[in-house]
Design a protein around this ligand. Sequence first.
Ligand SMILES: [Zn+2]
Length: 188
Amino acid sequence: MTFAMAFDTERRKIYHARLMDARPFIDSLDFAENGRQISGEIPVAGLPRLLDVLENPQGILQYTVRGGTDKQGNPLLDVSITGNCRLRCQRCLGAMEHAVRIDTRLLLRDQASLDALDIAGGEDEEEFDSILANPHLDVLDMLEEEILLSLPIAPKHELGACQAADGGNMQKEEKNPFAVLAKLKQNN
Ligand SMILES: [Zn+2]
């Protein structure tokens, strides 16, 4: 009995250690100011919010996060993510291979500075997006957010490749004024 309990405790410790490895956290300001770098692979299946909008959980993403400062000395993170995931076609609901290619710079700001940005009318006029400087930044959560922002809002197969393209759905869609409107918007 005693032996079994000791064994159980030991196993739990190992499990926690592995979880910690799989989910990196960084002190974002320290990371930026010391020019640190982290990279790794994430299975798509490990990103629950992304999984919600995908057709299936297949795919692996590679990421690199580099800390640094810009010419003015502002701390930042350069984030790159590449890989593939399977989106759901909004016309036929089938799987659609989607290549993720993200290269983005995120400025680290404190809450007061983010609030000031909001009052000034958001980030629209800013060259780079900003995130809250966080001493315990969840790297995977940040990456997941960037991937979600990069996805097309209504992904669809090319007409020739879509299973619904030669069916009756297509004609219905043509007559639907909202579909026409959506197409006009896409062209802009
Ligand atoms: Zn389709």
